[in-house]
Design a protein around this ligand. Sequence first.
Ligand SMILES: [Fe+2]
Length: 394
Amino acid sequence: MSGALEALYPDLNKHYQHLTQADVSHFLQHGWFVIPNSMNRKYLDRWMEDLWVRMDMDSEDKSTWRTEYQHLPRHREVPAAEFCPEAWQKIVEVCGGGIRTEDRIDASRETWYGDAFIVNLGTDEKAKADYQSPHPSQRDGWHIDDDFFRLFLDSSQVSLTLLHCYTDIPEKGGGTWLAEDGMSYVNQYLYDHREGFDPPFPFMETVCGNIRECKQFAQLTAKKGDIIVTHGRIPHAVSDNLLHFARVIANPHIALKEPFNLDRADGNYSLVEQAILNSIGRTSIPNFTPLRDRMTWYPRNQGTKRNKADAEVARMEAAAVAKGLPKESVNSFYQRKGTKDWEEFERRNGFDKEKPPSGERIEGENKMRGLNGVSWSQKPSAPLAATTSAVVAM
Ligand SMILES: [Fe+2]
C-alpha cells in the first residue's frame, strides 16, 4: 500500500475482523466491492423457482416477454444474518456496528432480505448486432436510491445500496452502471443544500447534475450468488441487456438508526462516513444542521410492485395445486394479511408509514415529480410541484 493512499484513506490499515484490506481499499477508492458467492443457496434456489410464474411469462418463449423490466414485490424474507452470514458481518463493519441497541444499524428496517426481484430482460431490438448502446454519461435515469425520506448530507436511511445477484451478470448482460466519480458531486450538492430534498425529486437536475462530465464509470458484472455492496451516494443507472436473457437481482439497503456523524472528535468514522468525507475533501464537517425537520414516509416506489402481489399469489397457488401441493406451500406474506406475521412484515418494510405528500408511485408511471425551479432556500417548507422525467431502476 503506498504512503499516498494511506494518507488519503486513513481507514485502509484499520483492523477489521471480517473485511479484508482489499474490501476496504476498493470501497474507499471506488465506492463499492463484491462479496463473492455469499447468498444462501437454499433461499436463492427456492425463490427463483417461481420467477416465471410470478412474471406470467414463458422462459422459453421470448414473445411472451412483454416488458424490458419487471419489478416484483416481496413475498418471502428471512433475516439478513441467515440469508448471507459472511456478507452481513462485512456490511456491519462497513457501517461501524451491528443491530444491537448500542450499535448503528436500524434493526427495525431492511435487516430481512427477500425476493423482490428486479429483472432486466432486454429486448429483441437491443439484442441485434448493430444496436448501439449509449455511453453511460449520455444515459438518463441516473439516481441514488431514496423513495421514503427527506434527504440531507447526513441522512443514513440508505447508507448502502446492495445488489443480490440471483443470476450471473456477464458483460453486456444488463449489469448496473455506477458513476464512481459522481459521488463527490452528490455529497457537495447536499452539503450546499441543507434544506434537503423530498422524494420524488429530479436527480439529474440536482444531486446527479454532473453525470455528463463524469469519467469513472463501472458496469457491474457478477456470478450468481454474489453480493455487491455499493455506497448509498454513488449514482447508478440501468444498462442495456444486450444478451436478452433474464438478469435477476434484488436491491435492498442498509438503514442506520441515527444520522451519520461527520464530526467525530476521536476520528473513528465508519467506512461509509469516511467515504463521504473523502468525496468532498474534508476531514470533518462540524455543525452540520439540516434546515428542515427529518421526515420518513411510506416507500413511494413500492406501490407499483405491491399492486402485482395478489395476482402473483393466485398464479403461484394455481401452479402449486397443479403440482399436487397445497396452496400454503407458496409461503407468501400476502397469504397472511391481517395476521401478526403480516403486521411485522409491513413494519419491517416501512409499509405502516404514511404516504408521502407527493403520493404513491402508480403502475406504469415513469416520471418523477420535480422542483420546477422552486428554490428551497427561498421557500424551505413549500411542497414539491411539477414533473420531470427520471426512471428508477437497477
Ligand atoms: Fe436505484
